[in-house]
Write a protein that binds this ligand. Structure first.
Ligand SMILES: NC(=O)c1ccc[n+]([C@@H]2O[C@H](COP(=O)([O-])OP(=O)(O)OC[C@H]3O[C@@H](n4cnc5c(N)ncnc54)[C@H](O)[C@@H]3O)[C@@H](O)[C@H]2O)c1
Ligand SMILES: [Zn+2]
Length: 371
């Protein structure tokens, strides 16, 4: 079992990376989390695959194991679902010493963490991420929350888990589309933090897409280490951590406008193309680097164009997102491959040109013709 330690100002906790659930109970005991009520939170898909196995395992070590499951997907990520979670907690008499276990993708982790952070002003929780996106990104760093009135993640808090337990084998049941969505965050980590890692990801698309377990362990460990290092320097996103939003300014706007017809990682992939297009047009990265990044995104079967929305729709939506400050939209650009820079100094014209690029790039062969 590999361990990556996350250090923040408020806590320090391990991410365990392993195959199977065998080491879960001993990890809970090592974290001194015994003799208490446990509630597993999951969605119906994930529970179907792993819920019973986990319940059986935990029932051997804990007297009372309850469960709460909900309909999979971003549309469930709201306060109504949190309300139902609280009802379950109360009906099972969970108290401050109880434990919440989040078993699932980023939607489960963000919501279970938010419920854990607010129920009785905070009870312990453990993340067991099962989607690639959750394993490489959302389970690390303590951002938890829900969507509200069409705003992504607008209600939330920072709340760190006791530990993160990654069973890489769970990726075998993850739908291909969701795997690709997770790769968008992996590509992001390389693009903003480590050019060598991006090159590695570029050169291993085929074995990664066929779930080579050793390569998966490598990218999950690398992405977790990169993200943990950013989070440890800026836990509450007062500066540096904002670079993790590369691709998310435009990505979130698309995600909201399409009413979640594209999943989060897919929107981030399109957002990264737009935001690296702006970086190229500003002379920060070269045309070849821009095209290369776009091709890496495409090589993981992620969508690279969008025809459903107009530039004006997306542009207006940007102002409704929390990534605006004093009416200025906050962007993350690539200063070079492997290094990101925050910028609010981007004109409407530059933004619309980037959106135009993804709106018409579908019709273009080779990608260069319309630049
Ligand atoms: N907290 C953060 O820092 C952070 C970072 C990035 C993204 N996010 C959030 O994460 C969410 C996206 O996460 P996601 O892509 O994991 O979405 P998700 O949780 O909806 O999972 C995607 C789909 O895959 C299914 N699934 C998950 N694991 C599976 C498995 N092993 N086998 C079979 N099916 C499985 C789920 O049931 C779901 O249908 C968004 O809400 C986003 O805002 C949060
Ligand atoms: Zn994301």
């Amino acid at each position: 079992m590999k361990t990556i330690q996350v250090h923040t100002k408020t806590s320090s906790y391990p991410i365990y990376l392993t195959n199977g659930f065998d080491a879960l109970v001993s990890s809970l005991q090592q974290a001194q989390l015994f003799n208490r009520k446990v509630c597993i939170i999951s969605d119906d898909h994930v529970y179907h695959h792993y819920g019973e196995e986990l319940c059986t395992l935990l029932s051997k070590a804990y007297q009372e194991v309850s469960t709460f499951t909900f309909i999979p997907g971003e549309a469930s990520k709201n306060l109504q679902t949190i309300y139902s979670m609280y009802e379950t907690f109360i009906s099972h008499h969970l108290d401050r010493s109880s434990l919440i276990i989040a078993l699932g993708g980023g939607v489960v982790g963000d919501m279970a963490g938010f419920a854990a952070s607010t129920y009785m002003r905070g009870i312990p929780f453990v993340q067991i991420p099962t989607s690639l996106l959750a394993q490489v990104d959302s389970s690390v760093g303590g951002k938890v929350g829900v969507d509200f009135m069409g705003h992504k993640n607008i209600i939330g808090s920072f709340y760190q888990p006791e530990f993160v337990f990654i069973n890489v084998e769970t990726l075998r049941t993850l739908p291909q589309r969701e795997f690709s969505a997770g790769m968008a965050e992996v590509i992001k980590h390389g693009a903003i933090l480590d050019a060598g890692y991006l090159e590695y990801v570029k050169n291993h698309a085929a074995p990664l897409l066929s779930l080579d377990q050793e390569l998966l362990q490598t990218i999950i460990a690398t992405s977790c280490t990169l993200k943990a290092s950013i989070v440890s320097q800026d836990e509450k996103e007062s500066g540096l951590r904002e670079i993790l939003n590369f691709g998310h300014t435009i990505g979130h706007a698309i995600e909201t406008l399409l009413d979640f017809h594209l999943v989060h990682g897919e929107c981030v992939g399109i957002g990264m193309i737009c935001e690296s297009f702006i970086s190229f047009k500003k002379g920060l990265i070269s045309e070849d680097e821009f095209i290369d990044l776009q091709n890496i995104i495409k090589s993981y079967a992620l969508p690279a164009s969008l025809t459903e929305l107009s530039g004006d729709d997306i542009y207006s939506q940007l102002f409704l997102d929390k990534k605006t400050r004093n009416h200025q939209i906050q962007f993350v650009l690539l200063q070079k491959i492997g290094k990101a820079v925050r910028s609010a100094d981007i004109s409407k014209h530059e933004i619309l040109a980037a959106i135009d690029y993804i709106r018409i790039s579908e019709k273009v062969c080779g990608g260069k013709a319309n630049i």
